[in-house]
Ligand binder design. Sequence first.
Ligand SMILES: [Fe+2]
Length: 447
Amino acid sequence: MGAVIFVHSDRTWCERIKKEAQDFPSVKTLFFTSLPDAYEAIGNFALPIAAIYLSVKRQKSSIFAALEFCIAHRPATPLFLIDQSDEPFLARFRVKGAFLGDSSFEDLIRPLNHKFLEETGINEIRPMGARQHPDYISIPTLDFSHSLHYSDDVFIHQPEGGMKLFASRGSPVEAGYLQQALKFSNWLNIRESHCKDAREQAKAARTSFLDLRGISEEWIRSELLVEAKTLFTEIRSTLPSDSVVLKATGFLDSFFRYLSSLNRSHDQGRLEEFIREAEKTDRSLQALSLALLLCGYFRFEKSVVVEILGMACILQDISLIHSPFGNLADLPQSRVPPEAQNFHMRHPVHSADLLANSTSLSATTLQVIRQHHETRDRKGFPNRIGGSQLHPMAEALSMINQYLDLRESGLPTQDLWDKLQREVYPRYSTEMVRALESTLKKFSGYL
Ligand SMILES: [Fe+2]
């Protein structure tokens, strides 16, 4: 029989399902806790796969990319999602159904073809061979074993060459008929062009997932955090360019939309949980989350927030990442080597210069980056710019940076609060302080 594959990041969930599966000895199961591990099995044609179940919860790579992968490699295998409700949009990516996380093993396998399991005792037959025709995808015959219906026209390769229709799309999968096919071939074939649309739709959905009605919050979070991780890895590994800026704009737009919707829902618990999860993914997301929420207080235009403040949050320390002294971005100032101290003090200007030379970021975004450690009282660095010369978004970012530095110093809550009042707030305008306080008060654990 083909194996039934489960991909779920939660080991407790896997253990529960494994235990429940013991009551169904005829179903062969395989469990993976990450998509990349599962890709090896899904891409291995020596392993017939009868059904795939993917959880959308806390996956470390894109679920849309996983759907594309499954469509490309296992187009005949029924695919189901877990931790997602069954929604019409899923059919576009050939998803056969979706389940909530507490579903039992019996619930999960109910849509599968059990007749095949009961009526036949096909021995393990490892398919051999490769693609039989350039326009067709060859699929292990046993991949069809749990399907109720053929999802496409299926063809069998003739010994004398050429393809012959084996079963029409929508016709029922019958165990005996499939067993006959196995006598001739371990492979069946479907037209490659039929999978192309579903793959394209999965790709397109990845770029506009927030517009999908019915996509679960778990899935949105996974996609956002995967996008953030990919973006920050690129920012750290390559010098800035307009292509990185474009990716950052797309990510910021999604991040802003999702954070605003959480904020509007007045469910502070969910908002706090997401921000903490985001911070674990990348430190830069701390400043970004706070900055975007603080902008809600001022009711700035969304496009201005994304293009100026959001971009500045992400790229403010780019010169420290790519400094001539190596990556200084994650070092506290006390651990910056003496020869790099001057560079570190001037990093806001270096960041703006580097971005001005390599991207077409707007002059205002560059100004905010140049001023991201300046303060209203003109005691910031590197140029002691203050008063009305200090851009309001630079002032917001500078205050957030000081707050996060204090938070990272590990001070007990009361000391942090005192220090914030005594040393940080006097350096900024009353309005800005009020905005930060109002934002911080939303979170139980921040102060
Ligand atoms: Fe900085």
